[in-house]
Design a protein around this ligand. Structure first.
Ligand code: IMP
Length: 182
């Protein structure tokens, strides 16, 4: 499948994503029973994941979003983190679950965790749909929930984009090995 100038091939089908989200939600429902956590989705990439995950959460919870990206539309992550939207809700004393689309170098997530810690939440964990363990630059102990571990490859679909395209795709696709950098 072609997106702009690059060729992509299927990696994870929507049925597999849905099954994994069910399992993640079982864990979250058990781990946060009696706690009324607040889910903080990191825009733009996490919007579909948050929507599908939250529908499977059966304990009382709140949902909000923030926007923080270290990625500017190509296929490799820039180290610069840009903060577009601040968090409007008060998280002091709250159990926070950050919801990410993908953790690549981990710089974005590590930055967000440090920033949120300044507001004295009761606890912070993170839940990412995808993780590239081979690209991780710092270990993040808060990252307790991961949908799928993938290779060092560039992916699109299910919220993830290439040059802002492909977020609407139901499945996740990877860059074919013959095209471009990762
Ligand atoms: P990190 O700070 O390097 O972990 O980068 C995280 C952000 O980079 C994600 O939230 C995505 O916006 C973007 N990103 C990293 N890898 C990919 C990818 O394979 N496809 C699309 N976006 C990606």
């Amino acid at each position: 499948m072609r997106i702009d100038d690059l060729e992509f091939e299927p990696l994870i089908e929507q049925e597999t994503i849905a099954e994994r989200i069910n399992l993640l939600s079982v864990e979250l429902n058990a781990d946060y029973a009696g706690k009324t956590p607040i889910f903080i989705g990191v825009l733009n990439g996490s919007f579909l994941f948050v929507a599908d995950l939250i529908k499977q959460i059966t304990i009382p919870c709140e949902v909000t979003f923030t926007k923080l990206a270290s990625y500017f539309g190509g296929t490799s992550t820039s180290r610069k983190i840009r903060e577009d939207i601040d968090l409007s809700v008060d998280i002091s004393g709250r159990h926070v679950i950050i919801v990410e689309d993908i953790v690549d170098t981990g710089n974005t997530l590590a930055y967000l965790i440090e920033k949120l810690k300044l507001s004295n939440p009761a606890s912070i964990t993170a839940c990412s749909m995808l993780l590239k363990p081979g690209k991780l630059e710092t270990s993040i102990e808060e990252l307790r929930y991961v949908g799928f571990e993938i290779e060092n490859e560039f992916v699109v679909g299910y919220g993830l984009d290439y040059k802002e395209l492909g977020r609407n795709l139901k499945d996740i696709y990877r860059l074919t090995s013959t095209t471009g950098e990762v």
